[in-house]
Design a protein around this ligand. Structure first.
Ligand code: DON
Length: 566
């Protein structure tokens, strides 16, 4: 009898073990998994249901591109804060054959946009207009991006979009963070729409409430049926144009039909034994990362130590100088000549650090953009690797959380406020405090300058890190820090992303540190002449580290970010 009991217990433990290993998530019951170690493939994104969808696609035989597309469609449903089809983005990918590609599916200004469209009658740039309502919307481009990426995928689009259609149709339980964010945005949803969208709930949202998005499901079905034309033409495009006409926006059916993605040359640079592949213009991320990494490369930063005043001072000084160039030179390369070669030249970068003093902060007022010869709050990131070794880092955005607050009536599409990423007037800071000038001025069909920095790091020519984050102008500085955390300070995958971060962007002349940053270090930085201010969360990094015998993946603790793998 005793023996039977023992055997039964062992069998039960075995079965329980198996069940525990098999992680099953449903729309109404799911948990966040922050870290996973695996050997085949992994998806890290801002929401468990999205990462989980990507994982199922990998297990079904899809590759990293299939997983990216399915995860992004799903983010559009379960992560309205940043993920909907009303925005744009960038993808950096390394194919299993070693080829690196970058896809620019950045949104563009409508054809009717003009340079001074946000300047009020007193001659002042009005950021309320560039950030709220239909007039703030740029031409959405995520759908075009997903169809362009599909060229590298294995499974039909109908399979990849179906989980998102089902989720929109049947609903899912929202997280506490989503509930709080939706409640906070309520006044904007009410103000910016003629018909109050379903994101507003009388009495307020609570964790676990079910969000059903029937109209969005219908829009996704039209895309399933007619491909990208299901979005850029026909009923969806007509609904977008009608909403714009009624509410003072500029996007027309022609704008939608004319939108085109661009495969661009990747930004590649070496840092010690590593090769970094990241996104070039119209994202400033690639040039900023090249400059910042090169500025610290020969300065023994690893020895200065993690989160010491000395290493932070060095990094902040690099950030300050790089961002001064961003404001002056960077914009859409199809519209302005950006001296990319000169800005990323080793000698030029070293010259920029000539006046670096390890003991004294340089004043931003004394740092001008470098002299080069002119040559001819919301976003989300996902990191993926599959078992063939295809890697994807992709960042997409609505710009602010829930974008412009505009939901296209009858379609469930939440629209971006990407126009605020332009420099609406020289010297007028955008929502991230970034200033700019001519290079990033508004022009019809122009892409607004971005900071999104999806990044893949290679070691001995093999994928080593896949990362990226939201955070506006803090994106390149967060990616910069996380790379150094792994490559110089030896932090573990989770520690590299979860430790507190800091940020300097030239103007304002402040080192922003995340709340809770050790006071002693803040004081030491002040003693060097820095102004230090604390602020809430800097980004949410999704990091994959590929080691010879295993893959580690981690989602940032600052959000519901989630890592799934097998
Ligand atoms: O493209 C950019 O740089 C911005 N639109 C990104 C916005 C963002 O990361 C907001 N997230 N907090």
């Amino acid at each position: 009898m005793k023996r039977i009991l023992l055997l039964t217990t062992v069998a039960c433990l075995f079965i329980t073990g198996l069940i525990a290993q098999k992680r099953i998530l449903t729309a109404s019951h799911y948990t966040v998994q922050k870290k996973i170690e695996c050997s085949n493939g992994t998806v890290v994104s801002a929401h468990p249901l999205a990462s989980y969808t990507g994982l199922q696609i990998l297990k079904k035989g899809g590759n990293a591109f299939d997983a990216f597309i399915a995860t992004q469609w799903m983010l559009g449903v379960v992560y309205p804060w940043a993920g909907t089809v009303g925005g744009g983005g960038f993808m950096v990918a390394r194919l299993s054959n070693g080829k690196i590609i970058t896809l620019d599916f950045r949104d563009v200004a409508p054809a009717a946009a003009t340079r001074d469209m946000y300047i009020d009658k007193n001659g002042k740039g009005d950021t309320h207009l560039s950030q709220n309502g239909s007039i703030a919307c740029s031409v959405p481009s995520i759908v075009a991006g997903l169809f362009a990426a599909h060229k590298y995928a294995k499974l039909p689009m109908s399979v990849l979009i179906q989980p998102a259609i089902d989720m929109a149709e049947n609903g899912f339980a929202i997280t506490l963070m989503e509930a709080n964010r939706l409640n906070k945005k309520k006044p904007d949803f009410v103000t910016n729409n003629l018909v109050t969208p379903l994101f507003v709930k009388e009495g307020g949202w609570e964790e676990g409430d079910i969000l059903v998005q029937k109209e969005l499901a219908e829009t996704l079905k039209r895309i399933k049926l007619s491909g990208s034309k299901g979005f850029y033409e026909g009923k969806t495009a007509a609904a977008i144009e009608e909403e714009m006409k009624k509410t003072g926006g500029l996007i027309t059916k022609e704008d939608l039909k004319n939108y085109r993605v661009k495969f661009r040359e990747p930004t590649l640079f070496t840092y010690k034994d590593y090769t970094v592949a990241t996104m070039g213009l119209p994202s400033s991320g690639g040039i900023l990362l090249t400059q910042m990494m090169k500025m610290v490369e020969k300065r023994n930063i690893g020895k200065l130590g993690f989160h010491t005043a000395a290493s932070m001072h060095l990094m902040a000084e690099a950030e300050r100088r790089a961002f001064a160039d961003r404001a002056e030179y960077m914009g859409d390369p199809d519209f302005v000549k950006v001296p990319v070669k000169a800005l990323t030249d080793d000698k030029y970068i070293e010259d920029r650090m000539k006046d670096f003093d390890p003991l004294v902060a340089t004043k931003s007022s004394a740092v001008k953009p470098g002299s080069v010869k002119k040559e001819s709050e919301e976003t989300t990131h996902l990191s993926i690797i599959d078992k063939e070794g295809n890697c994807i880092a992709a960042t997409t955005t609505l710009n602010a959380g829930y974008g412009s607050g505009v939901v296209i009536n009858g379609t469930g599409i939440l629209m971006n406020n990407g126009m605020d990423d332009f420099s609406i007037q020289p010297g007028v800071p955008n929502m991230f405090g970034a200033i700019g000038g001519e290079a990033n001025a508004i022009a019809p069909r122009k892409r607004m300058l971005s900071s999104m920095s999806p990044t893949i790091v290679l070691k001995n020519k093999k994928p080593f890190l896949i990362l990226g984050t939201p955070g506006g102008t803090t994106i390149p500085t967060s990616v910069f820090q996380v790379m150094l955390n792994v490559m110089e300070f030896g932090l573990s995958t989770e520690d590299a992303i979860n430790n507190l971060r800091f940020h300097h962007q030239w103007q304002p002349d402040i080192i922003f540190v995340e709340e809770g940053f050790p006071l002693q270090v803040q004081k030491e930085l002040e003693a060097l002449g820095h102004m230090v201010k604390s602020r809430e969360g800097l980004g949410r990094v999704e990091l994959i580290k590929i080691l010879p015998k295993k893959i580690e993946a981690a989602g940032d603790n600052r959000g519901d970010d989630d890592a799934e793998g097998y």
